[in-house]
Design a binder for this molecule. Structure first.
Ligand code: APR
Ligand code: ZN
Ligand code: ZN
Length: 361
């Protein structure tokens, strides 16, 4: 018997989202039913609503979530009812060529629940990033559930499932930031601020935050920026070079996803440095760079998928660091809201008023 819950559904391109009845099947083999406690409102949810990801409406939005496993299907051994979990959208398969080469964080065959959640009339829903967690309960593949210490607040924990992991991982996993490095982060929304936090955690000494909004730069200091540059008034490439002995930063994280800022990241980097692209571009964007500079500057130009994380390794570690007082992840929670407030949260996000609005159940 399917269970009836309330969920936030996007029915058509650009239309306001609605809270409506969603039917969730009982978990089948390899699946888990999770009672959601908190779910952050992420840019990707807005992209789904605006048609930027696909045309598979209706979407069940929400994917940055934590909750309690309520039931599991056959053959599930990794989690059990009662476990407190953070949901991940890259459940590794263990079988593909990336997994077999010992690099499961690149898994090319990640999986989701096989059964579909539906509207009351039986219309199948497309869950955002294979999760769909703006709902009282959701159905996922059991591998999408990562068990962590339940002492963390759910509204903080959920953010580890997407934005925090993406930014923090961009600095630590993809960029390989280490003790004594200089790091610049371009774009200080939730993702960029998590990259700043990652840089500080990894022991970077010069941590430069770049944004066009002074309020964002003020917040960036709380996440570990030692210097800030408002790129509306100061040339960021010049500014970053000035703060790094004239050379450029060892690692530059681009957390916006635009060709202009990527180009600036490229030139703001020291010789043999690393550029990490974690901001997500749109299909129309093109990049032009002098090829001789690409060669002559050496180093690496990388992109970061989900912070190149391995949820089973990274989520519990970040939770433990937070509980130990070494990772102030609660600062990302600008407000907690109800399930009916997602549309208003999108507006606040577009106006840059919040780092994260988090729906609590
Ligand atoms: N130069 C500097 N900063 C800029 C510029 C620019 N040209 N344009 C925008 N910004 C700043 C904004 O002021 C904002 O603070 O970049 C920040 C972007 O933050 P958010 O819009 O809050 O986005 P965030 O949630 O952090 O995600 C960043 O990562 O996962 C992806 O899809 C996501 O592409 C997005 C990116
Ligand atoms: Zn795999
Ligand atoms: Zn997200």
């Amino acid at each position: 018997m399917a269970i009836s819950v309330q969920g936030v559904v996007s029915r058509g391109k650009g239309e306001p989202v609605q809270v409506t009845e969603v039917l969730v099947p009982e978990p089948g083999p390899g699946e888990a039913l999770v009672r959601i406690q908190a779910c952050g409102v992420c840019h990707t949810d807005l992209h789904y609503k605006m048609g930027g990801i696909g045309d598979d409406y209706p979407y069940l939005l929400g994917h940055e979530a934590a909750g309690i496993v309520e039931a599991v299907g056959d053959n599930v051994t990794d989690v059990a009812p009662g476990d407190f979990v953070i949901l991940n959208w890259r459940a590794v398969c263990g079988q593909c060529r990336a997994c077999k080469r010992g690099r499961p964080w690149y898994c090319f065959n990640t999986h989701n629940a096989k059964q579909k959640m539906t509207l009351a009339d039986g219309t199948p829903l497309s869950p955002a990033l294979g999760i769909g967690a703006f709902a009282e309960k959701t159905l996922v593949a059991s591998g999408q559930c990562t068990k962590v210490n339940p002492a963390i607040a759910p509204e903080t924990a959920g953010l580890i499932g997407c934005g925090v992991m993406a930014g923090l991982g961009a600095a630590i996993n993809t960029g390989g930031v280490t003790r004594g490095d200089s790091v610049a982060v371009i774009g200080c929304g939730g993702v960029g601020d998590a990259a700043l936090l990652g840089a500080r955690l990894a022991g970077a000494t010069t941590i430069i935050a770049v944004d066009i909004d002074d309020k964002k730069l003020e917040w960036a200091r709380e996440f570990g920026a030692t210097h800030t540059i408002n790129s509306r008034t100061t040339d960021m490439v010049e500014g970053i070079r000035e703060l790094t002995g004239g050379f450029g930063a060892d690692v530059v994280v681009e957390a916006i996803g635009r060709p202009e800022t990527y180009k600036q990241a490229f030139f703001a980097r020291d010789l043999a440095g690393v550029v990490v692209l974690v901001g997500v571009p749109t299909p129309d964007m093109q990049l032009e760079l002098p090829l001789l500079e690409v060669f002559g500057r050496g180093g690496a130009l990388k992109s970061s998928w989900y912070g190149d994380c391995l949820p089973s390794r990274d989520f519990p570690m970040l939770v433990d660091l937070h509980l130990d007082g070494r990772l102030p992840l609660e600062k990302f929670v600008s407000e907690t809201i109800g399930i009916g407030d997602v549309e208003a949260a999108f507006t606040k996000m577009e106006h840059g008023e919040v780092l994260r609005s988090v729906v609590v159940f």
